[in-house]
Each structure stands twice: as structure tokens, then as C-alpha cells.
Design a protein around this ligand. Sequence first.
Ligand SMILES: Nc1nc2c(c(=O)[nH]1)N[C@H]1C(S)=C(S)[C@@H](COP(=O)(O)OP(=O)(O)OC[C@H]3O[C@@H](n4cnc5c(=O)[nH]c(N)nc54)[C@H](O)[C@@H]3O)O[C@H]1N2
Ligand SMILES: Nc1nc2c(c(=O)[nH]1)N[C@H]1C(S)=C(S)[C@@H](COP(=O)(O)OP(=O)(O)OC[C@H]3O[C@@H](n4cnc5c(=O)[nH]c(N)nc54)[C@H](O)[C@@H]3O)O[C@H]1N2
Ligand SMILES: [Mo]
Length: 757
Amino acid sequence: MSGDEPRYKSYDSPAGGWGAAAATAKTLMRESVIAKGSRALLSMNQPGGFKCPSCAYPDPDCKQTLELCENGAKALAHEATKFRVTREFFAQHTVSDLAEQSDYWLEKQGRLTEPMRYDATSDKYVPVSWDEAFALIGEHLRALESPHQAEFYTSGRTANEAAFLYSIFVREFGTNNFPDCSNMCHEPTSRGLPAAIGVGKGPVRMSDWEHAEAIFVIGQNTGTNAPRMMTDLVAAHRRGVPIVTVNPMPEQALMKFTPPQDVLEMATFRSEQVTSEFVHIAIGGDIALFKGMMKILFERDAAGEKVIDWDFVNTHTVGIEAVREDALAQDWTELTRVAGVSEAQIRRCAEIYIRSNATMICFGMGLTQHQEGSRLLRQVCNLLFLRGNFGKPGAGIAPIRGHSNVQGDRTVGIDEQPTGDYLDRVQAVFGFDPPREHGHNTVQAVEAMIAGTARVFVGMGGNFVRAIPDTERSYEAMRKLDLTVAISTKLNRGHVVHGKDALILPVTSRSERLETEAGEQFVTIEDSMAKVTASRGVLEPASPHTLGEVEIVCRMARAALPGSKTDWERYAQDYGSVRDRIAEVYPAIYADFNHRVSDPDGFYLDVPPRRLVWPTPNGKANFHVFEGLDANAPVAEPDMLRLATIRSHDQFNTTIYSNSDRYRGVYNTRMAVLMNVEDRKARGFAEQQVIALETISRDGITRRVSGLTVIDYPIARGAIAGYYPELNPLLPLDYFDEISGTPAAKSIPVRAVADPG
Ligand SMILES: Nc1nc2c(c(=O)[nH]1)N[C@H]1C(S)=C(S)[C@@H](COP(=O)(O)OP(=O)(O)OC[C@H]3O[C@@H](n4cnc5c(=O)[nH]c(N)nc54)[C@H](O)[C@@H]3O)O[C@H]1N2
Ligand SMILES: Nc1nc2c(c(=O)[nH]1)N[C@H]1C(S)=C(S)[C@@H](COP(=O)(O)OP(=O)(O)OC[C@H]3O[C@@H](n4cnc5c(=O)[nH]c(N)nc54)[C@H](O)[C@@H]3O)O[C@H]1N2
Ligand SMILES: [Mo]
């Protein structure tokens, strides 16, 4: 048996520890960045250095130690790789050939080095000068009948300065079509929370970790996707803080973890069970858990116990009566059926919650990616309001964001539904009339492509075609476009699934030095807890021909808007002048931006609920009733399974670092389905049988992925999990949360069938 064959074995060792250190070293070696990479690693997340390009989890407020994590090191290694995609590479491969290659192979080819344009005659990408590239973009954009025929995507790695200018350019061009990666991610946070607390962000800061008396981690695979958060969980656990994990799977790091920086423990192999209460929830069962906990609180309150913070509720909130009535009317048989956990366990969770005077609820994609994702989050707020868990140390709702600057991009204007106030500020500062009608989010952008009304797609980072639902239809839609522009660091699917005209524009990455005529520049990043810090690259750019994202935006704007009065030349050179404009457009949060960001520790943006100020229409925090117990539309098919599409330990979204998923014991394949053994037996499948999944939908479209090996896994009954993006063909484009437009990627109704091959 070769070392590359698929293997499955249960993983019992702790996560983290030596394993993580060894894996990091291996990646650095494979990407041949040891010397350069280790220098870069030393300045990552350090004052004066650059921000980690991986996740959005914040650094400690006052940094004394080098905070590194395995997955941050991998992200950097893949950015700082010595491998290059050159014009010779493109001369050797037709695009049809490249389309046959896996995502993993495309990524492995290395950094993009010069602008390329698709040539249909040879079916190859050929070199193009930057001037010609921008001229082509300008021609296409100016030729459109309406600016709304263009879609301007952003992925969350783009820094504030570029994202801000991009939002100004696109609005001056005349549309609010801003599909964004957050439309597939934390949009329920951005659109769901405002009705409850007035803002679409969390008020929690890093200092709160020290004061929390109970912590809930719901629907998040912390050890893989926000590894630095493990340090804070471990510290809380050591202080005796109960940690409740709610997940259909026992994610290894949350169960057994050795902090990788803890030399002593690594030497003794001591590990910690971070989770004190593991709630093995059914997919979409969270709502029943929340309602069960609220029911207990209301019952005990009625019995005269002091479990509800009535001072807080009476001073700050509206709407408790209806929530109380709904919670008290719940029936335990239904609650436990939907949650998939016992009444006794829900009572234990309520007890932990009641005993704590400061509770933090952290959550990830396991809560947001449901058809009722936004409403689910309002239930989290209900629960927190009941015990006054806002505006005091150690308490609050903590959305753990994905991409390193996804929150920042939204703050500085990447928003398809801009407010009137914001548009007025743009008009006052820049002097043009921005469009007032709402634009497209991600799903709407794809719908416009399918309908043929969208003609041009510009991707500021990311890998749009691979990240969105309904892969087959999306590929088709993309291929109908007149022009696709991919502003990227690495080769990906979006370059080989393209429009009639297509450009690949290589960018200077975050870890690399940015020099302009005005001298060395830095950019800024807002993390998941609304702290803004400077990021300064230290490495030599991957090629002398890459450009910074800021300059690319400015030159696109110049080409598309010949009569523009905006000072694009200056912004392209002097990023400080961009920050001055940001301060003018957002005086309430960004006043004095350039001065404040000179603090190496950065500064926090104001999140009013932290001060017990609620920017809702009624000026109060609002309770919301969730009708029923269905987080997703019910499906009348007894054999139905709910599929969660998740990340392995060795990928960053559509970037695949390796085909293994160490902590889940899956090696050398991503074509696997994790299934409860009882569900497997009930379907008559043998161990490790190869099966197919088919989506249950009523739109007449067959969605099927075959060649998937069933793995027995301790996952909740009725739930299965498999990897994103391989399983995206199963996710229907119209299967999303109505309030936020976020595809329900964690609860796709599917049936599992034997694979006839
Ligand atoms: N290394 C690495 N880091 C990353 C990323 C990466 O790909 N790799 N991606 C970044 C991005 S953009 C994001 S958004 C975040 C994503 O980070 P996470 O939010 O951790 O994302 P996922 O891996 O998609 O899955 C989350 C968890 O939800 C659980 N789950 C599924 N369904 C349910 C449910 O119904 N209820 C509950 N309670 N849980 C459920 C799954 O079992 C899984 O543990 O990470 C960011 N950081
Ligand atoms: N089924 C399913 N679908 C999902 C999800 C899921 O859980 N399940 N998760 C969703 C989520 S949470 C998200 S956030 C989206 C992610 O969607 P995207 O953000 O679009 O995807 P990424 O894979 O992060 O994008 C990777 C590409 O970004 C480019 N890149 C990397 N760094 C830079 C940079 O500094 N600048 C520029 N310009 N380009 C850069 C590289 O070329 C790389 O190939 O996917 C969503 N799709
Ligand atoms: Mo994300």
C-alpha cells in the first residue's frame, strides 16, 4: 500500500502539542520557506509586523509572547512559498488542461507573478501589460448599458484601505452590487443582530476572557479555524470556568488539547479536556436547546428564584413577555427530540448558565449557515438578555469571524445594502451622487449571471466560483460573462472557470513590503473583536510585477471613470490619505484614524451595546420570539439526512493544504462522509462503502456527488458531515436564510444511496 492511499482511523491523541509543531515544520519545509518563512513568522502579529493572513481571531491586548498557531503558519507558508506561476507555466498548459486539475494541485503551483489575459484561440493565458489590463477592464465597464450589469466581489483578506477605495470606486461607477464572502459566512450576524442589539457586531473584547464565569462555544471548530482562541479557552478552563461546547461532533481540540506553546506539557504529554459539558446536538437542534434553557429560567423565576436579571431586562429590553409565553409553552418531548439531547443535559446547561454572573457565547458557522441563521442568533441574544450579559466584563455575544479582515471590509463600505446616512457621507466627502438602490449579494449576483443580466465580474481576492453553492450551475453562469477579473495571489478554480474575456491580476500579499512613490506603506485590519491594527509586510514581493490591491483599485477606477474628480493618483501612493477619507466618512468610529493607528497595539472601534447603548429604532435591546423549532424548512422524507459541509484541519476555505484531516482521522482523501454508525447500518451500508449523496429538493434539478466513502464517526444521529468545497454541488442556490441571504451550508437535506459507480 502506498503512503498516499486513503486511510481512516480514529484519532485519540490530544490536538495541538507536538503534532501541531511537527505539522507546521513540515508545511514550511514543503513550501521551502524555512529561512524566509521563519523570519516572517517572527514578525507576524507583532507590533510593527503584519497581521496573520489566516483567521480573524484577535491577538492578546498587550502582547508579551509570540502567539503562533499551526494554521497561521500554514497560511503564511502558502503565501511565502518559493514556487511561482510564470508566463512559461501558462504557455505549457491550456486552460482546459488546468481545469482538469484538482484545487490542491492548482494551489500548489505557487504565487502568481504577472498579469495574464485569456486568449481563446490558443485556450491559454498570455502575458498582458498592466496598462492593457486596466484598459480592457475600463472598456468593458464603460460599454455596459447599466452599471448594475457588473458584480464586484470582495473576499475578507483585503485590507481596509483597498476595500474602502473599492467601495467608493464601485459606487462612483454607479452600483451597489457588492457580493461578499461574508454573504456566505457571518451575514446572519451582520443582518440578524441589529434587530436585537442595534449593531451587527459583537461587543466582547479580549480582556473579557479573564472575567467570564461561563463560556459557550456553539457550532465552531475552534482548534482548526481559530486556533489562537484555544489559548484563551485553556486559560479559562484552568481558572475553573465551565466551558459548554455545542456541536454535532466532538471536535478533538475542544475535547483534548495540549497547548503547543506549553513546552512543559508537551514534554509530559499532559493534555486538558477543555470542554466541561459537551452537548452532542442534532444539526439545527440549537434552537431547542436555547428554548429549553429559557423555559427553565422562566420556570425557576416563577418559583421565586432570582435567576433573571430583572433590573437589566426592565431598564434595557423590550419584548420579554412574548418570549416567556413561548418558552413556557414548550414541551420537553419535542425539545429533546429536536435537540437530540436529554432534558437532564439541557437542565445542566441552564444550571451552568444560571450560576455564572458573566457568560460569553461564542459561535461560528454551525449557527449561521442555516435557513433561520439570523433568527437563531437573536435567540442567543434573548438568552444573554435574561441574565444581563451585556455591558459588563466577561459577558456578551462573540461571533468568531472567518477571514482576517472580513469584518473590516464591511465596516468600511463593502455592503450591498448601504444606509442612507452612509451614502450621504460619501456624497459629502467625495462629491458624487452614489446610487441609492440596493445591489446584489452573493446569491443575487449568481442569479443575475444565470439570467444573463450580469456581464462583468470583478473578484477582489477569493475564489468565488468554488465558494458559492450549486457548483454546476454556477460554473455555467460564470462562463456566460463577457469579462471576469481575478485579483489574486494564487492560482485557483476561478481562473479556469472564466468569462469570454478573462484577466488574472497578481497582487502583493499582506506579508510583503508595499513600496510606492510616496515611500513604504502599511495597511490596517479590523479583527473579530473590532480592534483595528496596522499591518506592515516584511518580505520581498513574490515578483517585481505584482501590485498592491490599493493601486489596482485606483487604476481600475481611472480606467472606468475617465471624468472622475476623485484623487485616485494620490490614494494609490499615499495610504495615509485614504485613512483620512475613511475618518471623514465614518467620523463616529474612525475620527483621528491615522493618529490612533500609530499605537502598535491598535485601537478598538466603538460597539455601542458594550456601553449599554442600543442603536435600534426603539433605542432598546429587543427580545424576539422564534416561531416553532425548525432551523430549516422541514423535509417530508423519512430517510433524509442533514449534511453539514465543513472544513478539514488542512484547508483554508477553498485552499487545500493537504488531503488529510488529522484530528478526524481521515487521511489522503477529501471524498468522505462522516456518519453515525447506526445511520449507516439503518441504510444497509458496509463499513467504508462508497456511496453517493443526492440533494432532496423540489426544483427538478438533480444534484448528486458520488465516490464518497462512508466513515463511522461519533456524529449526532440524522446528521452527516463532508468537506466544503467538494460538496458544494449539493447546495441549492435558493437554499438560504431569508434575512441575510446566507446559504444554509450546514443543513443540506440529502439522501445517501449506494454508488452504482
Ligand atoms: N485553518 C482554517 N482557519 C479558518 C478557515 C479555514 O478554512 N481554515 N476558514 C475561516 C473562515 S472564512 C471561517 S467563516 C471560519 C469557520 O470556522 P467554523 O465556524 O469552525 O467552520 P466550519 O468548519 O465550517 O464548521 C463549524 C462547526 O459547526 C458544526 N456544526 C454543523 N452543524 C451544526 C449545527 O447545526 N449546530 C451546531 N451547534 N454546530 C454545527 C460542525 O460540526 C463544525 O464543528 O474559520 C476561519 N478560519
Ligand atoms: N458549502 C460551503 N460553502 C461555503 C462555506 C461552507 O462552510 N460550506 N463557507 C463559506 C465561507 S464561511 C466563506 S468565508 C467563503 C470563502 O470564500 P472566498 O473568500 O471567496 O474563498 P477563499 O478560499 O478564502 O479564497 C482563496 C483565494 O483568495 C486569493 N487570495 C489569498 N490571499 C489574497 C490576498 O491577500 N489578496 C487577494 N486579492 N487575493 C488573495 C487566492 O488567490 C486564493 O486562491 O466560502 C463559503 N462557502
Ligand atoms: Mo467565512
